[in-house]
Design a protein around this ligand. Structure first.
Ligand SMILES: Nc1nc2c(ncn2[C@@H]2O[C@H](COP(=O)(O)OP(=O)(O)OP(=O)(O)O)[C@@H](O)[C@H]2O)c(=O)[nH]1
Ligand SMILES: Nc1nc2c(ncn2[C@@H]2O[C@H](COP(=O)(O)OP(=O)(O)OP(=O)(O)O)[C@@H](O)[C@H]2O)c(=O)[nH]1
Ligand SMILES: [Mg+2]
Ligand SMILES: [Mg+2]
Lengths: 278, 292
């Protein structure tokens, strides 16, 4: 599909297959293969391994986005809003984050902002119990904004360090549901000026190119400050985040590598790129 | 859309009289890029392009007065035939109670789909029995129990302390006694590479002998769809597929990958979160969506 002077057709096809099967996508793959052609082939005409190394470096640079650490000092409580399409792992990830921050000695409050799906609050309740975080919930079918408001109010009166707000999964194409999310975002600001301080999109590593649309629409609606890539313990590579990082400048904060509380890691771009090529 | 893109490709060739092999190669490249953008698996695309090329390089296109239209017609036909020609059906022809087991990756939509199947079966005059066999995910049993309540169908009283195989075994006995004719087994989400959990499905299969084993797959799955479908089919044997969350804007190339690699029919598509949001799968509609 793409020509190159330094690599023969078979070598290029091999790289192309790696990139595509990692869900990197046509647009990003074309950008990378052009980079190989223009930048790398010229300098390292006879060294395919050097080209692969250069390619990995290029991908790493696309993923290295300046990220400010979470500012617990100036924001008490720090409020994190967690969003994403259905089934990506939002609720489970919130449980893992609760474990991480309670282990660090922080007082954590979880807001059961999914008032729609069957047993959503019950699911988050179990995570609260497992991690020593406090749960604020409302009525099933109730107003999600009210739950988040109550959670932030409780956090303020109890001097808690962190509020993590769970929301119902929703497809980015459902205008009314995206509007609901924008309303929850505004309610956070009413409960505490500046909140939410972080808005994180949870993406499933098995998702293909649709992840780009998801990031685009959620970013447009809420201004995302981070992404979490889940289910990397499977065989999917999650390559779609490269194009998302490059296009929208949204950094990956954490990755999910399993279903237990401890299965959360800070995003390591070097490890991620290495895994793409294994 | 692909036909627009191909229309442009062939428009450029119009003045040149007869179509050449390199013209066809350009058009094939457009189709290839289009399918990759639609999340069809890299190797499935390769095989598909090869089969289209065979027909496209023949008299059918090269000697045609409207080669562009002929080419698009071939792509469409090949895609629909790969998608499975006509729609498949759920096979419940067995002495009741008939068991249907749903399995798949985490978060693909199994529990919700069990509810939707129950709703569908109830409307058809059947008496479904729901079985929560997921003892791992927090509140999974509560989730299915709530759906059962909303649907007014009976549900087995599982607890997280039980073994999933034992839950299914006891549930089949209850269904027999209660005169429920279809038993829907909701299993925990699992990775196709998790040996213990894949063995658990085999144990349930051996004990229950479900009439249908349905793989529930998310329609926005990317290249990995092929790995997942292959492993579930090889290890367990899949009778049919439910493709969920098609109410989004994912192109759904995973559907083609799954069908190509397992040969098993896609029976239903999930079109929303409510219990009535499930329809029969239409291969031609899916083909059109994948082509864009
Ligand atoms: N293997 C694996 N499974 C995960 C991971 N993260 C979440 N899961 C599983 O994915 C499934 C869905 O997780 P949830 O936390 O319910 O997802 P959600 O986004 O809150 O779902 P909705 O609220 O319904 O939209 C569960 O079975 C989780 O255990 C991960 O990193 N690895
Ligand atoms: N929009 C939409 N959402 C769906 C569809 N099917 C399921 N969902 C949603 O997807 C999410 C996951 O559904 P579940 O039924 O919990 O998925 P699961 O496969 O049982 O998850 P695990 O048991 O954790 O593996 C929920 O938010 C569902 O409401 C669908 O067809 N369309
Ligand atoms: Mg959730
Ligand atoms: Mg489930």
């Amino acid at each position: 599909m793409f020509g190159s002077k330094a690599l023969d057709d078979d070598e290029l096809e091999e790289i192309e297959e790696i990139l595509f099967t990692a869900d990197i996508g046509v647009k990003t793959a074309q950008k990378l293969l052009e980079y190989i052609e223009k930048e790398l082939s010229r300098k390292d005409k006879s060294r395919p391994e050097k080209i692969l190394g250069g390619l990995q470096e290029k991908i790493r640079s696309m993923l290295s986005i300046e990220t400010k650490p979470l500012d617990f000092e100036s924001n008490k409580p720090l409020v994190i809003l967690v969003v994403g399409v259905n089934g990506t792992g939002k609720t489970t990830t919130i449980g893992k984050l609760a474990m991480r921050f309670t282990d660090e000695g922080k007082k954590v409050i979880l807001a059961a902002g999914d008032t729609f799906r069957a047993a959503a609050a019950e699911q988050l309740q179990v995570w609260a119990e497992r991690t020593g975080a406090q749960l604020i919930r409302g009525q099933e079918g109730g107003d999600p904004g009210a739950v988040v408001y109550d959670a932030i109010s409780a956090a303020k009166s109890q001097n808690a360090d962190l509020v993590i707000a769970d929301t119902a999964g929703r497809l980015h194409t459902k205008v009314n549901l995206v509007e609901e999310l924008k309303k929850i975002h505004r309610v956070c600001g009413k409960a505490m000026p500046g909140a939410p301080h972080e808005v994180w999109l949870v993406l499933d590593a098995t998702t293909g190119q649709n992840a780009i649309n998801q990031a685009k629409q959620f970013h447009k609606a809420l201004e995302l400050t981070g992404m979490i890539l889940t289910k990397l313990d499977g065989t999917a590579k999650g390559g779609v985040i490269i194009g998302i990082a490059d296009t929208f400048g949204i950094p990956v904060r954490f990755i999910g590598i399993g279903e237990q509380a401890a299965d959360l890691r800070r995003f390591d771009s070097e490890a991620f790129v290495k895994a793409l090529f294994t | 859309s692909l036909s627009d893109k191909l229309g442009l490709t062939f428009k450029r060739l119009k003045g040149h009289g007869k179509l050449s092999e390199s013209n066809i190669k350009d058009a094939l490249r457009d189709v290839r890029i289009n399918l990759l953008e639609a999340d069809v698996n890299y190797r499935v695309v390769k095989d598909f392009i090869a089969s289209v090329k065979k027909r496209a390089m023949g008299k059918e296109v090269l000697a045609s007065l409207t080669p562009g239209q002929q080419f698009i017609k071939i792509v469409n036909e090949e895609l629909i035939s790969l998608m499975g020609g006509k729609a498949g059906e759920l096979d419940l022809a067995a002495r009741p109670p008939v068991a249907v087991m749903l399995c798949g990756l985490q978060g693909s939509g199994k529990t919700t789909s069990v509810g939707k199947l129950a709703h569908m079966l109830k409307k058809m005059g059947r008496r479904p029995y729901l079985v929560p066999a997921d003892v791992y995910r927090p509140a999974a049993i509560e989730q299915l129990t709530k759906l059962a309540g909303d649907l007014d169908v009976p549900v087995f009283p599982s607890t997280t302390g039980q073994d999933p195989v034992e839950i299914c075994r006891q549930a089949m006995e209850k269904a027999e006694v209660q005169n429920n004719d279809v038993v829907l087994l909701d299993t925990a989400g699992r990775l196709h590479v998790d040996e213990d959990l894949m063995q658990e499905l085999l144990n349930i299969k051996r004990e229950i002998q479900p009439k249908q084993i349905l793989l529930v797959a998310d329609s926005m799955t990317g290249q990995d769809a092929v790995n997942v479908a292959e492993r579930f089919d090889e290890d367990l044997g899949v009778d049919g597929v439910i493709l969920t969350k098609t109410d989004g804007d994912a192109r759904g190339g995973a559907a083609l990958s799954i069908k190509a690699v397992t040969g098993k029919p896609i029976l239903f598509v999930g079109t929303g979160e409510r219990m009535d949001a499930m329809e029969a799968f239409h291969p031609d509609r899916m083909a059109g969506r994948i082509l864009g």
